[in-house]
Design a protein around this ligand. Structure first.
Ligand SMILES: [Fe+2]
Length: 246
């Protein structure tokens, strides 16, 4: 089976479309989304309508999805992120709001073999940054592979012989080959708001038959996304950061 593993679209419809176009010829069997459909970007309704057409195998909720649907307060958000939450609450269609409110809390084990979460398997809102966090996360994972989002950095943590090592997955077409007796904690990077100074959209494809995870980047129409953010009078910093990939 070939799975598209993607996360953190954040209302960026152009980035999402570019990813879907890029994978058209990559034979995707299932779609797995790790949370944060909305927040920051100006196209929450378009993003939700589009993801529903894919009939994803699983979608778990992100902290922005929770904040927009009223399941969480914006107190932990910085002022710019919070103002985007308030804008999204006004702009979102009722049926899409209901959809966000019903999204599952992670972690979840998909098809008995893939653990997924938004932040960390022990706390959906926790940021896994570094090997200390990853070591703790592995204690909560029963499968060989776990995918997470939330940090917006493409990264793999490998647990082998009791020690954990992290690697940043730079650029396009990095590949991880799964070895027996080794476990993997993997972030595909963000579709709609990359923060690793590469402004291109990030996603990964997990091939359970070939035992590989491949990481990709794709360019999208950033200028159009920025234009929409500014037109909706969202904070201009949200437009500017997209060009810088921060
Ligand atoms: Fe996010």
């Amino acid at each position: 089976m070939r799975y598209l593993i993607f996360t953190d679209i954040h209302g960026n419809f152009e980035a999402f479309q570019a990813v879907l176009k890029a994978v058209q010829k990559k034979r995707i069997d299932h779609y797995i989304f790790l949370g944060d459909l909305v927040g920051y970007g100006a196209s929450p309704n378009e993003v939700i309508a589009r993801i529903l057409t894919l009939k994803p195998l699983s979608i778990v909720r992100g902290n922005h999805d929770k904040a927009v649907s009223g399941l969480d307060s914006v107190q932990t958000f910085n002022p710019i992120a919070a103002s985007a939450i308030f804008w999204t609450k006004k702009a979102i269609a009722r049926k899409h709001l209901d959809f966000l409110a019903r999204l599952k809390q992670s972690p979840e084990v998909v098809q008995g073999s893939i653990t997924i979460c938004h932040g960390a398997p022990f706390d959906e809102d926790y940021y896994i940054f570094g090997e200390f966090d990853a070591s703790e996360a592995f204690r909560y994972i029963q499968t060989q592979v776990c995918f997470f989002g939330h940090t917006h950095f493409p990264y793999v943590y490998v647990e082998k012989d009791g020690s954990v090592e992290g690697t940043f997955l730079e650029g396009d077409a990095s590949e991880v080959r799964l070895e027996k007796g080794v476990r993997y904690l993997v972030n595909p990077g963000s579709v709609g708001q990359p923060r690793d100074r590469d402004p291109r959209s990030a996603y990964a494809i997990y091939d359970s038959g070939a035992r590989t995870i491949k990481f990709y980047r794709v360019e999208y129409d950033i200028e159009e996304t920025k234009r929409k953010i500014l037109a909706e009078k969202l904070p201009p910093a949200l437009a500017e950061r997209l060009s810088l990939g921060i």
